[in-house]
Ligand binder design. Structure first.
Ligand code: GLC
Length: 736
């Protein structure tokens, strides 16, 4: 009994201390707020990109945060201007886009999603936080949670792809990794969930374009990852550039107050995207910067990234009665609370020697390599040409074979190419490498070196062609209407095919490209979403069989860009494709108007994608068997206990990403043909069978229905346990 009492006492003290810490912070915020002048309050709401050049403004209390400075000496200098020279000594929030690593660059977020491994993603975010905070950066503008169903949009690179469930798992992992357990720990970096909301639904895949998303689609598809990250304690949120149904997010009080604050209880801080407040003028939603400022602050924005509107117009808007002091005070409370939570008042400065000590630590590089290994997706391996025989002679060519800068991918500001290990460098550890330089960058059209490469190939046992995209071809404002390999890359693959040697294509890109024609010209294709600093070693280990591919596609791969937007979890439509459709070259002359079959498909490309969401091969094969449910009628409070056998039917130890999909056959609104509801990574030795179980709460089948209620509707369901979204046999069950 005494032990129990002692434990209870400890627990009470622990809870009390957290509550006291929070209560202590709230009290400290109020005390400080009371001392602040209106100008000082407005100054906290102002975020500027730069450092030294704003020293005077910082001393005057006119800057609350800076971004894009990473030199610890400069950061300490401008922080000293705030802490020691401004009237109240309020420290600055120092921020940066640390999107997939700071110095040690991990695969781009789309690649991290392909791992289906939240643990390695959390580890990567923790490492990014350790390296960035060592420079003085305590706030990152990550994770990007934008659901992306259109690979023409360049920013698919920065998110977790098309699926809501995967987006939730990856977003929460990054928030936990960045922020850690104790926000006041010097290595804790505030996360910023972005871009709220619907940015990835830009019409035509054209960045910044308008979006038309119903409330129900917002709630069922685009909100869940944000809500999950709010529940996981994300400290900040960024508004998006786009409008949703005519309302730019930065001026949308339904989003920022009704949903975010009232419904979800978000108690963090809201920042605009870069000048997204001022851009409401271009949207035709604000008359001028003063009006944009009024709209943003009244909608619920706390901090203004680089419009300069808040610092210029807030005081006059208050004097004119268009903004209330209560609104301003609440915004400043959110900002000050964040600064107290991060411990900036006690610990504003950074040890300027630390950054270089922690950067590229061996354990950081090892984690980045493991993440890159798990993020690579084997999409073709005819005749098991991969892995190549170690010690054999391999000709290596292609613009991405030795591209240390481009391999890092988009938003890798602080990665340093001199640390990048490229495939060309790494392959030499496993093979006798012949380097045959051909195209020098992804857009290069100069084929003059192809013949020499073909000649050199005569001495090789196999050819590895590394193609893809320079980093600049994906990311912000880099949309593409044509997703074929740029330049003469496809011709290079064909030229290598013409040698008659086995051809392995490695694609290193920022998005799913339309590579069907290239698949026909190679034996194997390994797809790597800009794999970062250690990508070359990861790819070389996979090619040599030191590691076995386990990555799965986080986005559907198209046969043609004209199919976009295309995603696996789509509604069935009233005339679903049935596989009997007549294709373009089979259409008889003078065909009758209704003779081709009236279903949802394309005359030229048919219906299906090139590869489905969740697809990825291994060097072995896996067999799913004996998939059972504990029962076939469930109450809404039940768990569905799924059990099944998984066998590694090949001769290599390997990891399979088992995926659980569910379909709600009939709903009060049309429902997706299937939705991912769970996954697990399972490692099996050759020939090994594991009996596995997965417990799926029936409550996870809830959705926002016709009456805009979040409920599980009774009726017939189907469930799949498979290795991708297009495989497996459905099991029927009922919810009562
Ligand atoms: C940008 C991006 C946003 C980024 C911000 C700061 O334009 O949209 O994702 O965090 O500016 O760099």
């Amino acid at each position: 009994m005494r032990i129990k009492t002692f434990a209870l006492t400890l627990m009470a003290l622990a809870i009390g201390s957290v509550a006291m810490a929070q209560g202590d912070i709230d009290q400290r915020v109020e005390e400080l707020l009371q001392k602040m002048t209106l100008e000082e309050k407005i100054g906290q709401m102002n975020q500027l990109s730069g450092g030294y050049q704003f020293t005077e403004m910082i001393r005057e209390g006119n800057v609350g945060s800076i971004l894009n400075i990473v030199d610890p000496v400069e950061i300490n200098a401008v922080q000293r201007a705030a802490v020691e020279n401004s009237r109240l000594g309020i420290p600055l929030l120092v921020s940066r886009d640390v999107i997939h690593g700071f110095r040690t660059i991990f695969p781009i977020p789309l690649g991290m999603a392909a791992t289906f491994d939240p643990d390695i993603v959390e580890q990567g975010a923790r490492i990014a936080a350790i390296e960035a905070t060592a420079s003085g950066v305590r706030w990152t503008f990550s994770p990007m949670l934008d659901i992306a169903r259109d690979p023409r949009w360049g920013r698919v690179a920065e998110g977790s792809g098309e699926d809501t469930y995967l987006d939730v798992q990856m977003g929460v992992a990054m928030v936990k990794g960045y922020q850690g357990e104790d926000f006041s720990d010097p290595t804790s970096m505030a996360a910023c969930i972005k871009h709220f909301v619907g940015y990835g639904a830009a019409e035509g895949g054209r960045d910044y374009n308008t979006t038309m998303i119903s409330e129900r689609a917002l709630r069922n598809v685009y909100f869940p990852a944000f809500k999950a990250c709010v529940d996981a304690g994300a400290l900040t949120l960024m508004t998006s550039f786009n409008d949703v149904d005519g309302l730019p997010s930065t001026g949308n009080d339904w989003l920022l107050r009704d949903i975010l604050r009232e419904e979800w209880g978000f108690d963090g801080m809201v920042v605009t995207d870069w000048n997204s407040s001022g851009e409401m003028i271009a949207h035709g939603f604000a008359e001028d910067l003063k009006h944009a400022t009024e709209l943003s602050i009244n909608a619920g924005v706390d901090m203004d990234m680089m419009s300069w509107g808040f610092i210029q117009h807030t005081k006059s808007l208050i004097e004119e009665g268009k903004l209330s002091m209560e609104t301003i005070d609440n915004a400043v409370r959110n900002i000050l609370k964040l600064k107290f939570r991060l411990g900036l008042f006690e610990n504003p400065y950074v040890d300027v020697t630390l950054a270089r000590k922690v950067a590229y630590a061996p354990e950081h590089l090892a984690a980045a390599k493991q993440c890159a290994i798990e993020s690579a997706v084997l999409i073709q391996n005819n005749n098991n040409v991969l892995p190549l025989a170690k010690g054999s002679t391999v000709l290596v060519t292609g613009p991405m074979a030795d591209a240390p800068y481009d391999q890092l991918g988009t938003w890798a500001f602080d990665g340093e190419e001199q640390y990048t290990v490229t495939p060309l460098k790494a392959l030499a550890a496993h093979f006798n490498v012949i380097n045959a330089p051909t195209l020098s960058y992804s857009r290069d059209t100069d084929t003059s070196s192809f013949k020499a490469a073909q000649k050199a190939a005569k001495k090789a046992d196999a050819i590895v062609v590394c193609v893809g995209e320079e980093a600049i071809l994906s990311g912000e404002a880099h949309s593409l209407s044509n997703l074929n390999l740029q330049g003469a890359q496809s011709q290079l693959i064909a030229a290598m095919r013409a040698t008659g040697k086995p051809v392995v294509v490695v694609v290193i890109a920022g998005r799913p490209l339309t590579i069907e024609r290239d698949l026909a010209k190679c034996d194997a294709m390994l797809y790597s979403f800009h794999p970062g600093t250690m990508g070359g070693e990861a790819l070389a280990d996979l090619i040599a069989g030191e590691a076995v591919p386990s990555g799965k596609l986080p986005m559907t791969f198209l046969r043609d860009a004209g199919q976009a937007p295309f995603y696996y979890n789509h509604p069935m439509t009233g005339r679903p494709n049935n596989g009997t459709e007549t294709l373009l070259h089979d259409i008889p002359l003078k065909a009758g108007q209704t003779s081709l079959g009236c279903t949802s498909y394309y005359l030229d490309t048919g219906y299906g994608p090139l590869f489905p969401f969740g697809y990825g091969l291994s060097y072995t094969t896996f067999e799913y068997a004996n998939v059972n449910l504990d029962k076939y009628e469930h109450n809404k409070s039940d768990y569905i206990h799924i059990d099944f056998d998984l066998t590694n039917t090949g001769d290599r130890e390997a990891t399979e990403v088992v995926q659980i999909y569910v379909r709600d056959l009939v709903g009060s609104v049309v429902r997706p043909v299937k939705e991912l509801k769970g996954f697990m990574r399972v490692t099996l030795k050759p020939g090994e069978t594991k009996h596995l179980m997965y417990d799926l709460p029936v409550s996870d089948l809830a959705f926002w229905n016709r009456d805009m209620e979040y409920v599980v509707e009774s009726g017939e369901f189907q469930l799949w346990v498979a290795g991708d979204s297009a495989s497996g046999e459905p099991i029927n069950f009922k919810v009562l």
